[in-house]
Every structure is written in structure tokens, then in C-alpha cells.
Ligand binder design. Sequence first.
Ligand SMILES: C[S@@+](CC[C@H](N)C(=O)[O-])C[C@H]1O[C@@H](n2cnc3c(N)ncnc32)[C@H](O)[C@@H]1O
Length: 219
Amino acid sequence: MEDSIEVILQDYDRVLPKAGSNRPHHVLSACLGTLFTGLYGLWSLFVVPGFRKVPWSLKVPYLPSSKDQTLNIMKLLEGRTGRLADLGSGDGRVVLAASSAGFQSTGFEINSFLVAYARSKAHWTGVPSGQATFVQKDFWNTNLSTYNNVTAFLAPGVMEVLGEKLLKELPDDARVIACRFPFPNWPQQSSVGSGLDQTFAYDISSVRSHLRKVPNTVS
Ligand SMILES: C[S@@+](CC[C@H](N)C(=O)[O-])C[C@H]1O[C@@H](n2cnc3c(N)ncnc32)[C@H](O)[C@@H]1O
């Protein structure tokens, strides 16, 4: 005998959760998400080969640039050519954008998983080899003197030390693009965007002549 509609609905009530009763699932998903993000953070900070050697005060976790931030970087590089280094290249989005604008781009990234992912992204998108290169290397231990364009989306606490390194190594005609976190005491050439997407451009020759005039300023 066929079940009446009331019997069928009663069965559904038993099987399906009532409206609003899936709240524990949301809480569980949020907890799992937080747990995995935390584990990923710990993994990337402590387990990634090479990262353990980076002093605690210079450790920077992975956070990808937004689309607007990447566009802002490219606006600030308009009219420029040559070699570009992205310091901490993550999944490679800045390097790939720069290579399609004609730069010979290199991403320095300490996380082997991100390096592998960026390389395969370059392969899928058909970027000519040599135009975009991803190197698994600590950029603090890399001489950057052959690059005339440098991009960095890092953390506020490392910008002063990074500024000192770049001033020592970069050629006079170099331009540095800092995403979200400006260099303290460096005069900006220009900036685009606002809030979290604000991006700053610095010309090394102007920074050097400014710091010569204000010699006691820490770079
Ligand atoms: C905030 S993310 C920026 C990623 C990418 N540049 C972007 O804009 O999407 C910083 C990246 O720097 C990498 N990183 C941090 N310290 C590094 C170091 N000393 N050498 C190389 N990569 C580093 C991290 O693994 C992370 O992927």
C-alpha cells in the first residue's frame, strides 16, 4: 500500500534536519577551517625547509595579493622594462602579471609547495620559460643587485630591514613597489589605491638623495 503524504513527510522530518538545525554544521566547518588555517600557518612557519632559519622577527606568512593590488602594482610599473624580482612570490600571481607585461620576472619563495604551484601555473598558462622563473630561496640571503624592479608584499615589521638591504644592493635606476606596507622614512614617488590595496612606488635614486640630505634618518 502506498504511504499517505503525511507519513512521507514524517519520514522526511526524521531524515532531514529542520530549518536552522544545521547550525552545528556551520560551527563545525568554521572550527575546521580555523584549525586547518592554523595548522597551515604553523607548517609554513616552522616546517618549510629554510623557513626555520629565518629569524622570528623576519618571518612573513603567505597571503595572496588581491586582484586590485596586483593591478596597482602593474600601474606603478607602467613604462618600465627589464628584470623584476618579487620577494616572497606566493602562488606567482605578481610574477605572472609582470611577465605578461614584458618583464623578465623572478619570484623568490621559501615555501616549496607554493613554488611548485606557481611553476605549474606558469606552465598551464603557456608563459615562455625564461620570462617567469620561480626560485625556492630565502630572499634575505639573495643578492638583488641585478634587478631594476622589485616588488614586495610582506609585513610592516620587516620593511625597515628590507629597506636597508635594498639600498645596499639595488642599482640607482631601480624602482621598488611596496604593497600595503610602506617603507618607513622613504619618500614615495607615487601611490595608487587605498586601504588594504594601497601600493607605493619608490625610486632608489630619489630615496638615496633624500637620505643623504637627512643623514640621521634610519632607512
Ligand atoms: C604576503 S605573501 C605575498 C605573496 C605574493 N607576493 C602575492 O603578492 O600574492 C608573502 C610570501 O613571502 C614568502 N616568504 C616569506 N619570507 C620569505 C623569505 N625569507 N624568502 C622567500 N620567501 C619568503 C611567504 O612564504 C609568502 O608566500
